[in-house]
Structure formats: C-alpha cells, structure tokens
Ligand binder design. Sequence first.
Ligand code: NAI
Ligand SMILES: NCC(=O)COP(=O)(O)O
Length: 327
Amino acid sequence: MSSAPRPIAISCGEPGGIGPEVAARAWAALAQRIPMLWIGDARHLPGDIPHRIITDPDEAAAISPDALPVLQRDFGPPARPGQAQPQHARGVIAAIEEGVALLRTGQAAALCTAPIHKKALIDGAGFAHPGHTEFLAALAGADEVVMMLASPELRVVPATIHIALESVPNALTPGKLRRVIEITATDLRRYFGLAAPRIAIAGLNPHAGEEGAMGRQELDWIAPLIRQMRDEGHDLNGPLPADTMFHPAARARYDAAICMYHDQALIPIKTLDFDRGVNVTLGLPFIRTSPDHGTAFDIAGQNRANPSSMIEAIRLAHDMAQKTGRA
Ligand SMILES: NC(=O)C1=CN([C@@H]2O[C@H](COP(=O)(O)OP(=O)(O)OC[C@H]3O[C@@H](n4cnc5c(N)ncnc54)[C@H](O)[C@@H]3O)[C@@H](O)[C@H]2O)C=CC1
Ligand SMILES: NCC(=O)COP(=O)(O)O
C-alpha cells in the first residue's frame, strides 16, 4: 500500500440531483489541502471541472491537487438534472459500497456521501434501507448507529430516524435511548475532542410531558434512565421541553442535543445553519459524513447549488480522520 495521504472518498449520490455539482465545487475549494476521489460516472460532473479517471485509488493523493480523481462507474443512460432516475439506482448503491470497500482496505481515510434519492433507489433496486445511515450500519455489521447533524452552532442527534411519527413512541425504549446516549458520548470524545461531553436530552411530549399531564414517557422511563446514567458518570440534562432548548443561552449549556425523532432534531439545525450542517454517522467502524441537504431537484443542473455543506462535510471527515490517525 502507498504511503501517500489517504483520500476522502466521495460517493456520487443521485446523478440528477445536485450531488455531482456540489462535490465538484467542494473539490475546487479544498483540493490544495485535502486529497479526495469521487466514485461515479464522470459524465455527470460539471463540464468546467478538471477530472482524471484513475484505476488505482492510491493514485488519488498525487492527482487530487490538479484534477478530481474519478473511480469511473458507467451508469448507462445520461443524467437528467432535476429527475429521479431509478435506472441509476444500482450504480448509486454500488458507489457507496465501493467507498466502504476502500475504507476497509485502508485506501481511503473517510467516506463522504452525496445525497441519494431514497425513492429512486427503492424503485430501481428494491433498496431495503431508509437511508445511508441504516445501509452503512448493515454494510459494517454494526448493531446500532447514530445520526448526528453538526454545525458550529449546534449538534443534534435524532434517537429515532426515518420512521413514521406514529411509530416513534414504540420505537423508543430505555435500551435504545441508552445506546444512543452511549454512542454519542463515545464519539464526541473520539472525534470532537470533548473529554467530558455535556448532553441535553429532549422530552418526547410537549413541555416534556408537564408532569404527566401531556404524556407519561418522561415520568415513566426517560427521567429515570437519565438519573441512572448520570450516576454512571454521564453529564446529562433532561428531559427538556424541546421548544425551549435551542435558543442561544440554552445551546451554550450543552455539546449535543439528543432528540426523540427526526424533525425535533433536524428542524433547529437546518433553520440555524443549513449551509454548514454536516450529517455524521456515529458508531460505525469507519468515518462517514454527508452534507445536510438532499438532492434539490428544483435547482439541479443550474449551477445554483451552494456547496458549503459539502465542503464542511469533507473538512469534518478529514478532521475526524486526522484525530484518529486514519488520514
Ligand atoms: N444524505 C442524503 O442522502 C439525503 C437525501 N435526501 C433526499 O433528497 C431528496 C429531496 O429532499 P428534500 O426534502 O426536498 O430536501 P433538499 O435538501 O433536497 O431540498 C430542500 C430545499 O433546499 C434547497 N437546497 C438544498 N440543498 C441546497 C444547496 N446545496 N444549495 C441551495 N439550495 C439547496 C432545495 O433547492 C430545496 O428548495 C429526498 O429523496 C430525500 O430523501 C434528503 C436529505 C439527505
Ligand atoms: N434527513 C436526513 C437524511 O435523510 C439523511 O439520511 P442518510 O441518508 O444520511 O441516512
């Protein structure tokens, strides 16, 4: 194996979305500092971006400052910007799998995934996972992983992810919440350099249940679990009413907020910092980041997509890799 710095591998995501464009712009912004390679069909990249097709990932570090190294996958039909194309589903999935394979062989430092269109993958390939997070957990054989969205303003963790709201109360159990807290605390130490992370925990119900008047989960098991884990040494605060835990003074009191469901976590961070939010999967045996946005079909192919979140995702992946000796 080469002794050159390991690149960040970027999977292409849905070709008709903004993924190829923001990856290319992120390469242009970071190429002199961070080696990277892109896995996808080079025909889907913007025409003004220099790229070079490589066959050996170990070539990426030397080429990356001058041209975006591409591990070429032939997707067949051309991309149609702004449209989901189920016929590309197998290629999109294979690009993610190839990225993981490079992490396993040590030929990439981290994986940064561009957005997939979940329905296109289901329609085109019977994709059995709600998103990357669950797919990567399956590829890694990880029992439990955690989604975190991180920005300079806020870090949030949805304890349940891509499930219908009506399924949330049953999916939340003391065992599940305990694992989410443990994984979050471990990876805040490992990747974010926080020796004693302060974690806030939202209630499930309005007003965190208002002493049982608006729901009982807080009284019955969330508060007891928090007390027990505090006794074990975790720095936890909660259950907190979710509507008052994201204003600036409240945010100053914690390093990450664990929320009970997807929108409780993602609405505050996307409102505060959509441009710099990064999606990180915690609990994996490798590093994975992603921009916080989706395929944005409404602006795809128009050179209007803001690459900031992708830039931050690559930067954070590189930083995490450096902290853990993988870069
Ligand atoms: N990590 C991933 O693979 C993710 C995939 N998705 C998928 O993306 C698809 C579309 O999801 P939506 O809910 O519509 O969210 P979206 O993030 O694609 O778009 C929401 C709005 O934000 C705008 N926007 C998004 N990114 C932007 C950027 N970089 N620059 C400027 N404007 C931007 C869009 O134009 C749109 O108006 C869905 O299939 C969803 O599942 C969504 C989030 C993450
Ligand atoms: N809403 C966040 C999202 O959909 C990202 O999911 P994933 O593909 O990173 O699992």
